[in-house]
Design a protein around this ligand. Structure first.
Ligand code: UT7
Length: 333
């Protein structure tokens, strides 16, 4: 059986910094509330004239390729995780394929929200292990800002989300890189964090946009406290599952990179696993929650800061809409 390893990481975030103060001018919120409840100090919002999900992903890809010393032409498959594709269909995978100038390689889209990057990594890992592809580009990218309700009505989600893209290049390897991935879901909670429209669940008359009078169904609906309560339980379970599967313990973790949903969730997990501060990487303070983008952006930044070293055991974990949750253990080489 072949193995897969990450040979390059890259990220891109839009230039525009949006502070808590700026949001406080648009809705009834304030810096203290946002920092206390979420840890977020600022996030990035796109410039709609310049940034798209696909071209942010392309910028992240070029950074990852450069770090890996590879060319665009080395990529033989794309797995693209996003819940905010440029178009309702087709997905952003094909737009990235076009943007990169790759002629006809396959592109697969993954819609697992905050767990999307780990689902994408797991899919790419499985493709490599079967020998089907050798070099797979794995993306997590989102544009949340243009869908946020930036009024007091939407404040429980508007202050959380941000935009950005991360990329990982996964290659076949003799050494074990991705040790295991663990994917879960519980659809009973689908409506606790979702965007209803433009969905196909409506009858014909209601699916005509001009018939939809209340457009709040196009915005993120989130039962924040319910998501929080499930997140802390599932994060812990899925990290334990990964460690047990590999006969490892929490003491073997060199760096935990949790999905950046809320600093309080990361801190809860850190405490539960008794991890020192330098063993957990958080950047939610700067970027907010970039959904599928959050883990690859964080991984790429951690790598750039020298926090991921050869032979390190890296643990990724995520929880979000679906509900879905997932983890991955990676032996860096
Ligand atoms: O990545 C996807 C997964 N998502 C998550 O993991 C999110 C998980 N959940 C959370 O992070 C938290 O639930 C939130 C940060 C979203 C909310 O924090 P909370 O401590 O659960 O607050 P809450 O929703 O219980 O609201 C508490 C109060 C409410 O006022 P009342 O009813 O107590 O008077 C809200 O109306 O805070 C109010 N509130 C706000 N106040 C100022 C809600 N949003 C805001 C805001 N600014 N932005």
């Amino acid at each position: 059986m072949l193995n897969s390893k990450i040979v390059g990481l890259g990220h891109y975030v839009p230039e525009r910094v949006v502070t808590n103060e700026e949001l406080s001018g648009m809705m009834d919120t304030n810096n203290e509330w946002i920092i206390e409840r979420t840890g977020i100090e600022q996030r990035r919002f796109i410039d709609p004239a310049k940034d798209t999900v696909a071209n942010m992903a392309a910028k992240a890809t070029h950074m990852a390729l450069e770090r890996a010393n590879l060319e665009v032409s080395d990529i033989d498959f794309i797995v693209f995780a996003t819940i905010t594709p440029d178009y309702f269909f087709p997905g952003s995978g094909v737009l990235l394929q076009r943007e990169l100038g790759l002629e006809s390689i396959g592109a697969l889209d993954i819609r697992n929200a905050c767990s999307g990057f780990i689902y994408a990594l797991s899919t790419a890992d499985a493709f490599i292990k079967t020998g089907m592809y050798k070099t797979i580009l794995v993306i997590g990218a989102e544009i949340q800002s243009t869908a946020l309700d930036l009024t007091t009505r939407g404040r429980n989600t508007a202050v959380i989300f941000g935009d950005g893209a991360g990329a990982a290049i996964l290659q076949a390897s003799d050494h074990k890189g991705v040790l295991s991935t663990h994917l879960h879901s519980d659809g009973r909670f689908a409506e606790e964090l979702y965007v209803k429209d433009p969905g196909s669940s409506r009858p014909h008359a209601e699916r005509q946009p001009e018939q939809i009078l209340d457009t709040s169904s196009f915005k993120v609906h989130m039962n924040g406290s319910m998501v929080f309560k499930h997140a802390v339980v599932r994060f812990s379970e899925v990290i334990m599952e990964a460690l047990e599967k590999n006969n490892l313990t929490k003491d073997d973790i060199d760096l935990l990179i949790p999905h950046q949903a809320n600093l309080r969730i990361s801190q809860f997990i850190q405490k539960k696993f008794e991890l020192a501060d330098d063993k957990v990487y958080n950047n939610i303070m700067r970027y907010g929650n970039t959904t599928a983008g959050s883990i690859p952006i964080a991984m790429s930044e951690a790598f750039g800061e020298g926090k991921i070293k050869p032979n390190d055991l890296i643990c990724l974990a995520a929880f979000g809409s679906g509900f879905t949750w997932a983890s991955a253990l990676i032996r860096w080489s």
